[in-house]
Design a protein around this ligand. Structure first.
Ligand code: NAD
Length: 256
């Protein structure tokens, strides 16, 4: 299947490692010019060495000046066709103990600043009557994950924003979708397993085996499997998929 996106321009956020990096690499392999952004430009430059169509950018999503500077530089060159909204997750904790200040801090970087960036990049997509906006959230937006109240709450706001925007711009040839990872094997997942092992004084292999046991597929997903779905959503071929939430979770979410 020809995805017909060679020559398009994409910005992928949170692209120094993990899911963002896998998506940036997958889009680049389809001939897309990828602006890969994260707090550490050097980390992106390291994996992108020798890839002519990947351009590393420094961007901390919690700093609105940096967000605007990146948007300004992209708009100078005509904007982008594809936006992949991604970044780090908030710290764990319960809804009862989450401080007002934490809600505000993480809503700013995971919600408001992202929405602002997309709003500024939209007019160029509208001019070309073509665009793809894909936001990485979590399985927690359909099945809240215990002790991740900030993530469950703020990512649900991203879903509401995504669906609202999808309705507004569908007739402009712009699709807006959410993808929900559930235990895709990134460094972050290894770190979470290691932290759980320490907390419960259990061997990390045991923690990971228990976690895999809760997934119908019996394993963690591969970042490439996740990136392939996102790349399809970014393609010409997915033009009629919009306003959707797509699970990439090996069957983890229990509801249908
Ligand atoms: P990760 O922590 O490995 O990668 C996050 C990326 O975002 C990194 O490149 C990091 O540098 C970047 N980032 C963090 N804070 C940033 C900021 N303020 N500004 C710009 N970039 C920033 O995580 P991952 O496993 O690749 O997952 C990506 C996202 O999906 C995370 O938000 C994660 O919580 C969420 N998620 C992942 C899974 C999974 O199974 N891997 C499951 C549910 C949710």
């Amino acid at each position: 299947m020809d995805l017909e996106i060679s020559g398009k321009r994409a910005i992928v956020l949170g692209a120094s490692r993990g899911l963002g990096m896998a998506i940036a690499q997958s889009l680049a392999s389809e001939g897309v010019t990828v602006f890969a952004a994260a707090r550490s430009r050097d980390k992106i430059a390291a994996w992108a060495e020798g890839m002519d169509n990947v351009h590393p950018l420094q961007l901390d999503l919690s700093e609105i000046e940096e967000v605007d500077a990146v948007v300004d530089s992209l708009l100078k060159d005509g904007g982008v066709d594809i936006i992949v909204n991604n970044g780090g997750g908030p710290p764990p904790g319960t809804a009862q103990t989450a401080e007002r200040s934490a809600w505000l801090t993480f809503f700013e970087s995971m919600g408001a600043n992202l929405f602002h960036m997309n709003t500024r990049l939209l007019p160029k997509m509208k001019e070309r009557s073509w665009g793809r906006i894909i936001s990485i959230t979590s399985s927690g937006v359909e099945q809240p994950i215990p002790n991740l109240a900030l993530s469950n709450g703020i990512r649900s706001a991203v879903v509401g924003w995504s669906k609202s925007l999808a309705n507004e711009v569908a007739a402009d040839g712009i699709t807006v979708n959410v993808v929900m990872p559930g235990r895709i094997h990134t460094q972050r997942v290894d770190e979470l397993d290691a932290a759980a092992a320490k907390r419960t004084d259990t061997d990390v292999k045991e923690v990971a085996a228990k976690s895999r046991g809760t997934i119908p597929a019996g394993r963690y997903g591969k970042p490439e499997e996740f990136a392939d779905v996102v790349t399809f959503l970014a393609s010409e071929r997915a033009g009629y998929v919009t306003g959707s939430k797509i699970r990439i979770d090996g069957g983890s979410i229990k509801s249908i």
